[in-house]
Design a protein around this ligand. Sequence first.
Ligand code: NIG
Ligand code: FE
Length: 415
Amino acid sequence: MTDPAADLVVTNASQVLTMVPASAGEHPGLGIVLEGAVAARAGRVLWVGPASNAGSVPALDSTVWIDARGGVVTPGLIDPHTHAVFAGSRHEEYEARLAGRPYLEILAAGGGILSTVRATRAASDRELVELTRARLDRMLALGVTTAELKSGYGLGVEAELRLLRIAREAGAAHPIRVVTTLLGAHALPDEHRHDRAGYVRLVIDEMIPEAARQGLADACDVYLERAAFSLDEARAILLAARKAGLGTKLHAGQFNDLGGGELAAELGALSADHLEELGDEGLRAMVAAGVVGVLLPGAALSLRGRFPDARRLLDAGLRVALATDCNPGTSHTENLPLMATLAVSQMGMTIDEALVGVTASAARALGLDDAGAIAPGHRADLTVWDVPDFRCLVYHFGVPHAARVIAGGRVVWPS
Ligand code: NIG
Ligand code: FE
């Protein structure tokens, strides 16, 4: 049998970060191949190694050759936590928060998340698809090839299913691979102000089974927080999600430690996200259960609050991923590389840990085993960066460095 031929080869990279941990050498967590190349076929990685050996990989006349021009190649970045399906803008609230008004007080008074719910419900499907697509475009230009999109600004059965449908639709027409999460328990909608139990039942009895039946959600999330949902409510909702075959996730410890780490461990959740406030018990439980901690530096930046202590979490053995939390309230950004810079600057992470956090660990947080690393059989999702060394991705911050983005073995950016 002859070896299969490559239909795409990326050569001339000063460094290929495979994210397959090496047993020796510098930066072992990054699995670096110096002067490297990557070959792909039919959307999957076929081979990765020194460019000098790339000649041994069979090619065709039609093979697409990409010259990385001495830049760096990484797996396409993965943003494992966004709320990118929404309409409206909360710049006035942002200004009020800068003047000292607390986020949870604004929410309790019917603003915050609920003001985005009003704007999102009022927007047409078409408008929402366009807004979401534009956000995906901005992510792609920054080197992202997979993003998780949550619902959560509908807060009714049909309204939440609609947002999941829109997330799927925006993803189907876009090179970014979209993973969807039902966040029906994001806030208590106005209509249920005096009927918490009724709303929780609606999420459990109707929203989750319908989202699962229609194949609209990959996972389910709950905002566990004062002014949002309690520990018992979160447990009941996520147990129903698990029963329906959905992955489970939790917004935990953003402002108060309400036991989210322990609950995520008890449920075998994919991830617990935020973790600005997380006690030792919750941390130990998450480590033992293999739950990923997804940290959201953009929220701490925008809220001018406490950054999560990533160093403490990593030193305890927690697997840590990073995400933008892209949302109109607490983190209005699509810039995932910037999150890596904030993580090293404000959260005690090393550059290596931050880069693993936006690739391999981010894939784990989404339950994906074919993304976040450059290895044979993985999806050929690759970003070619116009930087001389991988450290520059974090060190030279806030500006776009992606030169080419490849998704599923095709060059998708610039298009
Ligand atoms: O992760 N905290 C809850 N959800 C988002 C904020 C959403 C909003 O304010 O609209 C978050 O920070
Ligand atoms: Fe969030």
